[in-house]
Design a protein around this ligand. Sequence first.
Ligand SMILES: NC(=O)c1ccc[n+]([C@@H]2O[C@H](COP(=O)([O-])OP(=O)(O)OC[C@H]3O[C@@H](n4cnc5c(N)ncnc54)[C@H](OP(=O)(O)O)[C@@H]3O)[C@@H](O)[C@H]2O)c1
Length: 297
Amino acid sequence: MSKAIRIHETGGPEVLRWEDVDVGVLQAGEVRLRQTAVGLNFIDTYHRRGLYPVDALPTVIGMEGAGVVEEIGENVHVFQVGDRVAYAGGPIGSYTEERRIPAARLVKLPDSIDSQHGAALMLKGLTTQYLVRRCYHVKPGDTILIHAAAGGMGLLVCQWAKHLGATVIGTVSTREKAELAASHGCDHPILYREEDFVERVRELTNGVGVPVVYDSVGRDTFDGSLDCQGVLTGRYDLLSPSPVTRCQIIRPVPKGTWPSPSSQHDHSRHSHRYQQDGHRQVARSVTCQLQDAADGP
Ligand SMILES: NC(=O)c1ccc[n+]([C@@H]2O[C@H](COP(=O)([O-])OP(=O)(O)OC[C@H]3O[C@@H](n4cnc5c(N)ncnc54)[C@H](OP(=O)(O)O)[C@@H]3O)[C@@H](O)[C@H]2O)c1
C-alpha cells in the first residue's frame, strides 16, 4: 500500500483525495520506486479537469517525479536497487509515495542533482532542450523571442538561450515579471500590456525580425508572433502557400519529442549536463507535502 493523491471523478481541486492505494504486483520490465519528490505541471490540471482523458477512474494523477529504486522486475538490467532516478511524461500516476513504473521511462540522476531539482526540471529541462537545441538550434548572435518569459518554461528558455549566446527578447505582463525575466537572462523584457510587442521586436532587431518565436500562449499572440519572424508582415491564410511556407510552425508534444527510451536518455544527459553547469534556477519554486497537493503550499 502507498499513500497517494487520487481522483475518482474529474473536477476542481476538491476531487483530489489523499488515500491508500495498492501499488500492485511488479511486472516484467518494471521497477518499484520510493518517490522522494514529485513535479507538478499544468497538464496535471488537464487530467484532473477531464480536458485530457485518463484511461480509467479512479486514478493517481501526475506525470513527473524522482525517487529511489526499491525493487527490480524481470528483464530490467539497467538499474539496481538504490539507484536515484527521475522521469517525466508519464505514465500517469506520480502523486504517490510509491509506484511501479516501466524502467524504460527512467533516467539515472547524477549525484549533483538533488531529487527536488530532478523532479522539477525533468519535463521543463527536456522541453527546453528540445526547443533551443532541436526545434531551432539557438546560436551565438541570434536574437530570439519568447512569450511568457517569466513563466516556468520561459525562465528556463531565457537562461539556456542566453547561455548559448543569444540575445533574448521576452514578453511579460507586469514590471515584477520583467525584473524576474531579466534576472534569468532576458535582455529585453517587453511589457505587452503597455507596448506593442511586434513594433518593439522590429525596433530591437532593426526591422530584421527574429529567426524563432517560442510562443506558449497561442491564440492571443499567434499573429503577432508570425509578424516578428524574419520580414513577414500582415495577415496570413495558413492554408495558402505563401508567405507562411517560409516559416515552420511546430507544436511539440512530449511523446513526439523524446519518443524512444534512448532519445529520452540522450536528451536527459544533455539537460542534466546543462544543469550541472550551474544553470538550474527554478524561480519561485514552491514545495509542499504531497498530501497537501489540493491546497498548495
Ligand atoms: N512546464 C512544462 O514542463 C511544459 C512542458 C511542455 C509544454 N509546456 C507548455 O508551456 C506553456 C507554459 O507553461 P509553464 O509551465 O511555463 O506555465 P506558467 O509558469 O504557468 O506560465 C504561463 C504564463 O503564460 C502567460 N500567459 C500569457 N497569456 C496567457 C493566457 N492567455 N493564459 C494563461 N497564461 C498566459 C502568463 O504570464 P504573463 O502574466 O507574463 O503573461 C503566465 O504566467 C503552457 O502552454 C504549457 O502547456 C510546459
